[in-house]
Every structure is written in C-alpha cells, then in structure tokens.
Design a protein around this ligand. Sequence first.
Ligand SMILES: [Zn+2]
Length: 424
Amino acid sequence: MSEPAPTDPRVLRLVAGEVSRRLGDNVRWGVYDRSRRTPLNAVLDLVSERVVRDPVLIWVDGGYPDVFTFPGLPSPVAVWSTRHLEIASAVRNLVVGEAFSNQRRELSARTMLSVMAELCLRAGHEREAARLLLLSVRGQDWFLPHSGIVMDLDVASIDEAYVAIWCFALAHEFGHHLEDGGSPDDRTLHRMVLDAVQAMPAIEGDPELFARVVADLQGDAAHPLRAEHLRAEVAADLFATETVIVASHELMSASGGGRPRDGRLIAEIVIAHTALSFIQRCRAVAEALNTRDDPLTWLRVLQMPAGSAVRSDFTQWYLARALAGLTVGESGSDNSRSLEAAVESVVGQLSPAVDVIDGGMADAMSTAISPQASDSELLRDVRAEYRQTGHYSLLRTENRNFIALAQALKPSEPLLSAVVELLS
Ligand SMILES: [Zn+2]
C-alpha cells in the first residue's frame, strides 16, 4: 500500500464550505485525515485507484443516519455519519443474531421507525419525527442495540465483517463517481424491473396497479427505477462489492488475520448490501411521509423493493465473478462454478432472516402511514409504559441520538418537546 496523499488545501476549503451549508450548524464533522495509515485510508486508496481523483471523506460525529455524495466539486466527496455506521451494524446484528430470531420482524419495524424519525428531524418535520419515535417505542419489550456502538466497531479485530461494515456503504457512494459504462443495458434493466414489480405480493394479480406502475415508469425520466438511475446504483453496488473483496485481502493479511474465507466474504457483502438498502428505504419512506397526499409518492414507495431486488440479483451474480477473478491464477484453474454454488448456498441461508426483516419494514411503513392513534394517545401510552416497565433507562440510551438531534433543533412543535422531555 502506498502512502496516502494529503488533499489539496484549496479543494478542502471549497468542500468544507459546501458541506457546512448542507449539514447545517448543529452537526459536528471533520475532513478525514488522509495522511494517516488506517484501514479506512487503505479503502480510500483503492477508491482513488479506480475513480482516479483523490476522494475526500467527511466524517460526521453522530448526526443523521445517512451517507451521501454530491457532484460539482473538484474531488469526489462522501459525507458519512457514525450514526449510519451504527444503524448498518445493528441491521447486520439483526440478520445474524440468533438472540433476535423470535423478535426479528418487530425489531426491524421498530428500527425503521426510529431511523425515519431521525431523518424527519433533518427535514424539519418535527411532528412527524415525534410521532415516528413514539410509534417506534410504544409497547416495546425487546431492544436491538443501535446506540453508542462505534467504539466497539472501531476496536474490533479486522475480519470480513469489519471490512464490510467499514467499507461497503462508503465505497458505494464513491462508486457513484464512476463513468456510466452502459452496462447492464437499458433493456435488461427495464425487463428485470418489470419482472420484479410484477412478482411483488402487493402487485401480483392486480393488472390495473401494474399498469399504473408501468405508466409512471415510462412517464417520468427522474423515476428512480428508470434504467439510467438503477444502472448507477448497480455500478456503485458492484464497485462496493469489489472494494470489500480487495480491501479484506489487503487489510486482513496486513493485520495478520490471514486470508479471507469465501463463505464469510459472501455473507458479509450480502448483509452489508441488505443494511445499505434498509437505510436507503428508510430515507425514501421518510421523504414520502412529507408528501403524504401525493398518490404518486405511495406508488413509488410500493415499488421500491423491486429496485432492491434487481440490485441484489446483480450483486450476487457479480460476487462469484469478482471472487473468481481474484483466485484465478492462484490455483491455476477457474473456480467460478464452485463460487456460484457458494453464493447460492450462503444467500439461501441468509434469506429467511432477510425476508423477515423485509416484512418488518412493510409493517413499519403501514404503521407510519395509517393514523393508528392520535398524538395524545401515543404520548399517553408511552408515558404510562415508562411508569410501569423497567425499560426506561434502555429507552433513553437507545434513543439518545434522536433526543440530541431534537434538542439541537430547539423544537417549536409541542409533541416533539414532550418527547424530548420524556426521554431526556
Ligand atoms: Zn447509491
């Protein structure tokens, strides 16, 4: 690995100005130091080799659960919050943790509601944020820890899981700066989207709804499931997949961790993709909640899993090829067949848990959309539970990021003030 180059100070000044404009005043952030020899810098070096220009990582301490990149600057910039890292790690634990197997669906729904609550705060939708937070904790008996875990992630030993957690989402964002190579082509993507939409339980057997989706898809060039947009996501996913594979070989051998095992790498990449899609869906639904009355919004939310399904298919297809590319020559023979079988087997083992998590997300969406209870009923319920149960300290610990974000906003909405008062 070569020594990372420090970023041009003029570029940094320009970036800093733009980032502070986008993130607002109440979020702590900094430019990641490229001169140190760290696992993240090794990943940024790999990005730099492929994307050419020197990448800049903006590191947000806490903040909103999001990772994003934006064009128009002389270097590719990704803004990544420790909150995004925590949620991605929590989703990973939800997939693999045996302890959660009986509560997986419920915990998936609760996690989605609380992530959407934080994202609604960012958009300034205080009442929606407060309602989502109350819905996420009402009647809660089981907890998926998702707060204050960054330190644990930082000191974990470097293995396949470590590299996937630290690298997949970040590499995906930088992957958006790759040139559009035109592959997969428009026809293939369009056909796969329509197949995936048609296979969705909500749309299967409802030709009228399917026709509305097709009309929407054809009528709007900005539709997220249009081939050009989906191709950018697929390309970013494949770049992330390749980066995790190469980085785990480099980082594990440098740290004495040995050679990554194919089965573990496959599993961790599939899980990292699931976690990234989870948070992306939270973001899309949180945005949709703010344009509730537009019927098109709900049609789009309904179709979202089709986009995730197409992307997962490509990631899984590419995994075997990327792993085979790395091992060809080492053994002298192409082992892509056995790797394809390995991918199929790992995906088969993970999919029951991933499907349950998807079900939880569908529950969270209907909970968020349908007005199940008035504001005062929700608040009354959560207050009463807080008095009766011994979960209060857990409720406070797990929701401290939301409370910190809400307090920094100095809320004007009475419901949000009441939530802050109850949980702080
Ligand atoms: Zn993306």
